[in-house]
Design a protein around this ligand. Structure first.
Ligand SMILES: NC(=O)c1ccc[n+]([C@@H]2O[C@H](COP(=O)([O-])OP(=O)(O)OC[C@H]3O[C@@H](n4cnc5c(N)ncnc54)[C@H](O)[C@@H]3O)[C@@H](O)[C@H]2O)c1
Length: 353
């Protein structure tokens, strides 16, 4: 392979609407993420949202008005009884999901649920088991996999740029120590709620789930959040041929110092990726690297891509890429990381079987 042959174009990585049938969407939970990411993406992708529901009537009305959704309700039963709703887009918090999932599953409607799957292992297993038992498709909205830069990295991996991957490292520097947002009070927010995206991406890029993890955290004096917003996570693989590291410092006070970079190294070459560009280099062209500017953004574009995968999987009768069953591996890695940081030891994922 020559670097010049790679010729990566936006159509190679941009999230796209489904080639086949488009299902009509009913949204449950009309909060920040539904309004700032789901609905803008669905408008851009031409998806039809036929109903929305929230326990807060103001959230229902403002969301209906803003996005021109035909029907809105504060009753989940009303949304589920709506014969036009073909897929339920669940955008409530993990703490609320056990209250609503049994009713949605009993209605037999396919579910695209926001991440994180759950905030504890017993709930995660219970959710996946009970929805599977009801025979209803469940996908977890790990939409970072459809973010243009992440898709571009995956396309380059699949084209063989790296050969056998032996090292994957991600460094993210950002700031989320908001004194007045819900996540300030959420235990393990950084590792489990936000950090599960990067664990899931490491699994996506490598096609593998770690066997054990070590994780350490740092609490900044005076921070607002109840849990550390800075952690370093080491993912171990038993046969010793791969190492993944995640350094997520989410309390970097100066926006000018923020960054988000993936480094992927294999026996044949390397990929470096940021949200703005992706670079490839190869051992047989030692003095060169090629850089591809990335078109499109994670927010909101990726949300159109994850919904496209949901619709395609349901139409084709197959398991979605980030099904509930698959996602148990990502969330289990996050829970193992929390246990590792709390008990100051390496934790095997088999502790969660
Ligand atoms: N990149 C991402 O995928 C991403 C980004 C942000 C948030 N999230 C996730 O999305 C979820 C929601 O986050 P948010 O920021 O939108 O929160 P939010 O608090 O802004 O919205 C949650 C909404 O759920 C509603 N609600 C509560 N109980 C309900 C019930 N029983 N039935 C229907 N609606 C109910 C609330 O009234 C509120 O409008 C969280 O799990 C969060 O982790 C994901």
């Amino acid at each position: 392979m020559r670097l010049d042959d790679l010729d990566l174009k936006p159509e190679d990585y941009a999230p796209k609407p489904p080639a086949g049938q488009r299902l009509k969407i009913g949204i449950v939970g009309c909060g920040a993420i539904a309004n700032s990411a789901h609905l803008p993406a669905y408008r851009d992708f031409g998806y039809e949202v036929v109903a929305c529901m929230d326990v807060d009537p103001q959230a229902v009305e403002s969301t209906r008005d803003r996005w021109g959704i035909p029907r809105g309700s504060t009753s989940l039963a009303t949304l589920l009884d709506d014969p036009e709703v073909e897929v339920v887009d669940l955008a409530v918090h993990a703490s609320v999901r056990p209250d609503v999932l049994p009713e949605i599953a009993a209605a037999g409607k396919p579910i695209l649920s926001q991440k994180p799957l759950a905030m504890d292992w017993a709930s995660a297993r219970e959710i996946v088991g009970s929805v599977e038992q009801a025979g209803v498709p469940l996908m977890i909205n790990q939409q970072a996999r459809w973010a243009p830069a992440h898709r571009a990295i995956k396309v380059l991996i699949d084209r063989g740029v790296c050969g056998a991957l032996y090292s994957v490292a991600h460094v993210r520097r950002s700031w989320q120590d908001h004194p007045d947002r819900w996540w300030r009070r959420l235990k393990d927010f950084n590792v489990v709620d936000h950090g599960v995206h990067y664990i899931d991406l490491a699994r996506y890029f490598t096609g593998r789930t770690p066997d054990a993890v070590s994780c350490a955290t740092a609490l900044v004096p005076g921070q607002h959040s109840v849990s550390p917003l800075c952690h370093s996570l080491l993912m171990h693989f038993d046969n010793g041929d791969l190492l993944c590291t995640e350094h997520f410092n989410n309390i970097v006070s100066s926006p000018a110092a923020h960054s988000d970079t993936w480094y992927l190294d294999g026996a044949e070459g390397s990929i470096v990726g940021t949200p703005q560009w992706v670079e490839a280099s190869r051992k047989e062209e030692p003095d060169r690297r090629v850089r591809f500017p990335i078109e499109g953004r994670w927010f909101p574009d990726a949300f159109g891509g994850s919904m496209a995968e949901m619709m395609t999987a349901v139409t084709e009768g197959r398991e979605p890429l980030t099904s509930g069953r698959d996602n148990l591996n990502s969330i289990k890695t996050a829970f193992a990381a929390v246990r590792s940081s709390e008990e100051n030891r390496t934790v095997r994922l088999s502790e969660f079987d």
